[in-house]
Design a protein around this ligand. Structure first.
Ligand code: FPP
Length: 235
C-alpha cells in the first residue's frame, strides 16, 4: 500500500443528514444528530491521520430558510456538542475556530462557540474550524467593506493590497487553503463554500449521506487526491 500523504487542511460539506433521517422514518433533526456523531468520529480520524486543519460546514447563511424547528435544532447542536466535547478537545490538543457571522447566531450558540474558541486557543495539534452561519459571498463582502474602511482610515495603502492582505480580512485568516473539499450526499457543486480559499482545492464527491461518512471514505478521498497530484506532477 502506498503511504498516505496527509493534506494540511481538509474541508467537508456535511450533506445528506436530513435525507438520512427521512430514509429511516426519523426526523431531519435526528439525521443532524447522527451527522454530529459522524463528525465527532471524523475529528478523531483526522487526528490519527495527522491532518492539521479540518473545516466543517455546519450551517450556511442560506440554512435560515429551513423550517424553524430544524433551524432551532441546528443552533442547539453546537451548544450541546461543544459543552460535552470540550474536555476531550483539551485532552487531544484540538483548537476550535469559527468561520462565519457569529453576531447573527442566537445568544446561547454564540456563547458556546466563543467559550470553545477561547478555551482551546493555545492548542496546536488539530484546528477544527466550524463554518457556522457561513456564506462565501457574505465573507467576501465583509472583507471588501473592512478593507475599504482601512483604506479610508489610511491604515492600508491601495498599493499594499495583495492576495496575502485580502486573506487577513477573511474568516479563515491564518489557515492554509484546503487541499481537498469533500462533499457528501450526492450533489456536485460548491454552494457558496470557501469561494476564495478553494481556488486550487481538489473537489471530491460521494453519494454517501454524511452520517454514514467514515474513516475509510476519508482515506479513499485522500488517496485519490494523492493520485491526482502524482499525475499532475508527472506531466
Ligand atoms: C446538510 O445536510 C447539513 C447541515 C445543514 C448541518 C450539518 C451539521 C452537522 C453534521 C452537525 C453540526 C454539529 C456541530 C456541533 C457544529 P442537509 O440537511 O442539507 O441534508 P439533506 O441534503 O439530506 O437535506
Amino acid at each position: 500500500m502506498e503511504t498516505l500523504i496527509a493534506p494540511k487542511h481538509i474541508a467537508i460539506m456535511m450533506d445528506g443528514n436530513g435525507r438520512w433521517g427521512e430514509q429511516r422514518g426519523l426526523t431531519r433533526s435526528q439525521g443532524h444528530y447522527a451527522g454530529s456523531v459522524a463528525m465527532e468520529n471524523i475529528i478523531k480520524d483526522s487526528l490519527d491521520l495527522g491532518i492539521e486543519a479540518l473545516t466543517l460546514y455546519a450551517f450556511s447563511s442560506e440554512n435560515w430558510s429551513r423550517p424553524k424547528e430544524e433551524v432551532n435544532y441546528l443552533m442547539d447542536l453546537p451548544t450541546i456538542f461543544l459543552k460535552e466535547k470540550l474536555p476531550e478537545f483539551m485532552k487531544n490538543n484540538i483548537k476550535v475556530c469559527i468561520s462565519g457571522d457569529i453576531q447573527g447566531l442566537p445568544q446561547h450558540t454564540r456563547k458556546a462557540v466563543e467559550e470553545a474558541v477561547q478555551k482551546t486557543k493555545d492548542n496546536n495539534k488539530l484546528i477544527v474550524n466550524f463554518a457556522l452561519n457561513y456564506g462565501g459571498r457574505k465573507e467576501l463582502l465583509f472583507a471588501v467593506k473592512s478593507l475599504i474602511k482601512d483604506v479610508k482610515n489610511t491604515s492600508v495603502e491601495m498599493e499594499e493590497i495583495s492576495n496575502e492582505l485580502i486573506e487577513n480580512y477573511l474568516y479563515t485568516t491564518g489557515l492554509p487553503d484546503p487541499e481537498i473539499i469533500i462533499r457528501t450526499g450526492g450533489e456536485k457543486r460548491i454552494s457558496n463554500f470557501l469561494l476564495w480559499q478553494s481556488s486550487k482545492s481538489h473537489l471530491w464527491f460521494t453519494d454517501t449521506y454524511f452520517p454514514d461518512f467514515n474513516k475509510q471514505l476519508l482515506i479513499q478521498a485522500i488517496t485519490e487526491v494523492n493520485e491526482r497530484e502524482q499525475t499532475i506532477t508527472s506531466h
